[in-house]
Design a protein around this ligand. Sequence first.
Ligand code: ASP
Length: 434
Amino acid sequence: MIVCKFGGSSVAEAQQIKKVKKIVDSDPRRQVIIVSAPGKRSKDDEKVTDMLYACNAMVQQELSCKDLFKKISLRYTTILSDLGLQTKPFLPVLEEVRQMIDAGHGAEYAASRGEYLAARMVATYFGWEFLDTDPLIVINHDGTVNPETWDNLKKALKPNVKYVVPGFYGCDPEGKVKTFSRGGSDITGAILASATKAETYENWTDVSGVFSVDPRLIPDAKVIKEMTYREVRELAGVGAGVFHEEAIAPILASGIPINVKNTNAPSDDGTMILPTREIGDHPLVGISGKGGFSRLSLRKLMLFKRTGIRHALLTMLHIFGVRPSFSLFGVDSMVWFFETTQASDSVLDAMCSRLKGEFDLEEVSIDHGHAIVGIIGSGVMQHSSVIATSTNALAHDKIGLNFFNYGSSDTSILIGVSDIQAQEAVKSLYKALF
Ligand code: ASP
């Protein structure tokens, strides 16, 4: 059996959903499909999920979302009528959702309804069973999948029944609707692929696979034919879109191949994501960069003499809502990079004075505007020329480095640059290495 996840652009309008049906009908092994909420139909359009978050924000300000919700209703009723389906039976469903949002059921409930409504609509069009993920998929408070999920799905899924499943949400251990992080329908797809022991997990989107570099930066960027689970995680971790980095965890043990494919060009091979691959002449798969980081630097003589100090420092950071993504250690110093959006300047000021006082530090400073660029590939450690080539290219293009991290992963080299030079760095490295 093949499990297919269709992203927001594949269900954005009736004409796209017709393509989805054609794809699904062309292979009887495609028996379970997961859908996102309708995405953008054009560059300036709005995603239904964003509108739903906006509805909730209005309710938080004690306003009704009634007017804004009309736009959402119109998205669904337009698709339904363009598919030749009746809108009438759907109206009370839409109204119930609106009332629940207005009653203050919160951001996660509101956001989840985009997928809920999309899956119900697609199930009606296909004549397939709608399978709700609340309460089957149990999501822990830290966003990981609760093991109860596997038993729940095993009991719910009947053989030879075709299902349309909403992506992005499940419920928390207390039974309240909970979403994964943004783009999380990929995770739902991976869960269903694992639960059904699928032969392939197809991830259908609007590009023909995972690109070796952002095609907006390098117009003739190539699609990666084959990459490993670890490579896709590392590439997504430094900003490459297309596939959610948390979607590997649910299928890691089963080793199910993932095929990223294009709904608008279904005969393109797309990208195969596998547990391992032959490195051969392809030590690297891609380069990507992610900006918006701040740097916290700490210094103290004999910093590491105190046992457990890293743990204590991290606990303090967590109290202020700061969760570092990358770290570096010196003899008497530590540096952490974290996403700037995690805390305001005033929170960071308070955090620095707490750190300084409590740990008796000589120096604590924070500066913003950092980016991390990753060179990703399973062969990165086997080809020592990669280091020389990359540093030479960056020096030639006058791109300054804040750090160079080689050896903490066998699949990536991470390079710290300033936000403003991040795109240049990606281009420079791509030209030199690919
Ligand atoms: N609709 C959700 C989002 O926009 C989840 C998804 O598309 O996978 O993030």
